[in-house]
Design a protein around this ligand. Sequence first.
Ligand SMILES: Cc1cc2nc3c(=O)[nH]c(=O)nc-3n(C[C@H](O)[C@H](O)[C@H](O)COP(=O)(O)O)c2cc1C
Ligand SMILES: Nc1ncnc2c1ncn2[C@@H]1O[C@H](COP(=O)(O)OP(=O)(O)O)[C@@H](O)[C@H]1O
Length: 278
Amino acid sequence: MEIVRLTHPLKESLSPKESHVMAVGFFDGVHLGHQDLIKQAKRIADQENRTLTAMTFDPHPDEVIKEETDRKYLTPLPAKAERLARFGCEKLFVVSFDKAFASLPPADFINDYVISLNTKNVVVGFDFTFGYKAKGDTEYLQKKSLKKPFNVTVIPKKTYDKEKISSTLLKSVIREGHVHLVPYYLGKHYEVIGHINTLRSRGKTIKVDPIGRYLLPKPGLYQVQVKDGKRTLQGLFRLFPSIEEESEITVNGLIDPHVNKISIQFTNEISSTAMISG
Ligand SMILES: Cc1cc2nc3c(=O)[nH]c(=O)nc-3n(C[C@H](O)[C@H](O)[C@H](O)COP(=O)(O)O)c2cc1C
Ligand SMILES: Nc1ncnc2c1ncn2[C@@H]1O[C@H](COP(=O)(O)OP(=O)(O)O)[C@@H](O)[C@H]1O
């Protein structure tokens, strides 16, 4: 998948010739709600024979608008890009979210980031907002599209157990350590991608440096599956309040310490902090 970084204001030379169908949103986690949206966008792109693109933002708007520091992510950008590609996205626009971009009125976003980028169909969820003070919504987008050369498709709310599936909900499930519930929201277990810290790993006990600011479950003992690209091993992740210190994974086999990346999938919480520190 091609990744195109966009910074505001856009350079005119960026206007792509090829037309595309664009899914827009932050998409942290690429959960089942996001997946419905991307699958619908893919159906349209296939029908119309256009490229399927996604547009996301970096960092999260709250880091800029609410000056939130140390925000944690379900999918830091590289993991999000990989997951979007897996669902068929061929191109990803990553707009650097800064104060200048945040101040853009909704109408200007439509002109500069939808029409100028040659987007023929914008696919968003029912609660999508955009533009200065988040004043633009799906109704506004649809109204504007009537006089402009693009269509809008709005995806209905995807729920689980009557609640909207959202990144916020998923984060609280993971924070609480209820990792066995994650597949109901995400379609798979929660996954953290990291590098093996070779200096601090010994045999079957490995230390991992996550790639990006991943949200981690609360401290405790977790059953995990560790994949090194070739093999899947079962393991136990002893997660302490700070991953840099005592946290370690004991795997039931030897992992090649020189593999570039490993994936850790959290399957079950075995016990909470009291047990690991005792
Ligand atoms: C051009 C633009 C300007 C934005 N300005 C603001 C803003 O001033 N305040 C705000 O809370 N969010 C702002 N946002 C963020 C959106 O409200 C929204 O979070 C973002 O488009 C991602 O959509 P999603 O949360 O539905 O994924 C802006 C988004 C865009 C595209
Ligand atoms: N449960 C859902 N059902 C349908 N669309 C959704 C759902 N969750 C998010 N979306 C849509 O996906 C896009 C990205 O949303 P985002 O704000 O990143 O997700 P979340 O609400 O999970 O934080 C938006 O267009 C949003 O409306």
